[in-house]
Design a protein around this ligand. Structure first.
Ligand code: UD1
Ligand code: UDP
Length: 380
């Protein structure tokens, strides 16, 4: 391939010796984005594509934890996190501080992942600087602009800005087509979370919290952080009810560092003897716990996508999901925000559960090769 100069002094995509002359800038800021962008960054390294990493640090501690897990060293760090930040404040700080990074690094593509405020703000800045945007995990929709808020609007806006939409499933691709996104801008790749999970499950977990090593009996693993559930005690009260009904169960709850989550959880669960509250767990620890758990209660997006691969059912504590494939595959069930419904469905699951986990079968979200497909498409 030729190495034609561009008017702006950059080279066209082509091969210089072993290095592919295309510059990618990945921008992300939260725990799930780091997990889901890591396979793309690793695929770039394998394909010898130049890939710079800019973290917004919308999450600080949870992001750094995942960067360490995946051995990623950022080239740029916007360090925007503030306690109890609002999405608009995050967007403003990212927009202001990302512009000079893009000017300096002159990428051919800027990649964002998912539906966080970091992802939307980065895509918007790239658009203003006329840099092509690639959207990893494009096309997820609840069709309700307020649920989840503001994620549903973030991802819709990114779809309008993106030149390439990497849809995890056929359904996500169809949603994009229905909104008028041209077919040539959509590629179904699978979700990169499956790549990340496959890689991480091959590692031995190193339990940072000694209490996790000595757990006996059954585990119910819990996570909660969504704005719809903040400050609402129903999840904690449901956990208390479940423990009362099942004396062999311990609830393990890695608590999200959002102060609005911690306050309620501490107040209602800290004194319960069979509740193990922990700091956010490193991905290998958490992944192995998901596999070990009898049941997962969560409002997380990523956990719904991981449940089929670890063979553990998840009760989704939300009224709507943008991941209906998880429900259709039988690994997830929507239980909403009612204490009674959470307890009823959890009890059903814990009564029914055989000690041997069923064979997880294929994951509707992907086959573990999404990262490679994305990089190949960008090169193509
Ligand atoms: C964000 C995303 C959400 C994603 C979630 C993953 C938006 C609008 N929301 O929500 O889509 O599912 O991340 O977890 O982008 N905090 C820390 N340390 C950390 C991380 C957070 O102290 O490492 C605290 C800070 O006080 C921060 C607060 O948590 O202000 C909330 O973080 P924020 O990113 O605004 O919202 P999330 O609820 O985490
Ligand atoms: N996760 C983790 N440690 C934890 C809790 C979650 O590694 O203590 C992982 C989980 O396996 C999934 C991702 O974090 O891959 C989900 O992050 P989160 O729930 O914060 O965000 P969401 O997916 O809802 O956007």
């Amino acid at each position: 391939m030729g190495n034609a100069r561009r008017e702006d002094g950059r080279r066209d995509a082509g091969t210089w010796g072993n290095i592919v002359a295309m510059r990618i800038l990945t921008v992300f800021g939260t725990r799930p984005e780091a997990i889901k962008m890591a396979p793309v960054i690793h695929a770039c390294a394998t394909a010898k594509v130049e890939c710079a990493v800019c973290v917004t640090a919308q999450h600080r501690e949870m992001l750094d934890q995942m960067l360490a897990v995946f051995g990623i060293r950022p080239d740029y760090d916007l360090n925007v996190m503030q306690e109890n930040q609002s999405p608009l404040a995050v967007a403003a700080r990212v927009m202001e501080s990302l512009e000079p990074v893009i000017s300096a690094s002159k990428p051919d593509w800027l990649l964002v992942q998912g539906d966080t405020t970091s992802a939307f703000a980065a895509a918007f800045v790239a658009y203003h600087q006329r840099v092509r945007v690639g959207h990893v995990e494009a096309g997820l929709r609840t069709q309700d602009k307020w649920r989840p808020f503001p994620e549903e609007m973030n991802r819709r806006l990114i779809s309008m800005l993106a030149e390439m939409n990497f849809a995890p499933t056929d359904r996500a691709a169809k949603s994009l087509l229905a909104e008028g996104v041209p077919g040539q801008k959509i590629l179904v790749t699978g979700n990169t979370v499956v790549d990340a999970l496959h890689a991480i499950l091959q590692r031995e977990p190193c339990y940072s919290d000694a209490r996790l090593r000595s757990l006996s009996g059954r585990i119910v693993l819990v996570t909660a952080h969504r704005r719809e559930n903040l400050g609402v005690p129903h999840i904690c009260l449901a956990i208390r009810d479940i423990l009362q009904k099942f004396p062999d169960v311990t609830a393990v709850f890695p608590v999200h560092p959002n102060p609005s989550v911690g306050e309620t959880v501490e107040r209602l669960l800290a004194k319960e003897s069979r509740v193990l509250l922990t700091a956010p767990l490193a991905y290998p620890e958490f992944a192995h716990l998901m596999k070990r758990a009898a049941l997962i209660l969560s409002d997380s997006g990523g956990v719904q996508e991981e449940a089929p691969s670890v063979g553990t059912r998840v009760l989704v504590m939300r009224d709507v999901t943008e991941r209906p494939e998880a429900v259709e595959s039988g690994w997830a069930r929507l239980v909403g925000a009612s204490r009674e419904e959470i307890v009823r469905r959890a009890s059903e699951g814990l009564h029914r559960q055989s000690p041997n986990l069923p064979d997880a079968g294929p994951n509707p979200f992907g086959d573990g090769k999404a990262g490679e497909r994305i990089v190949r498409a960008l090169l193509g």
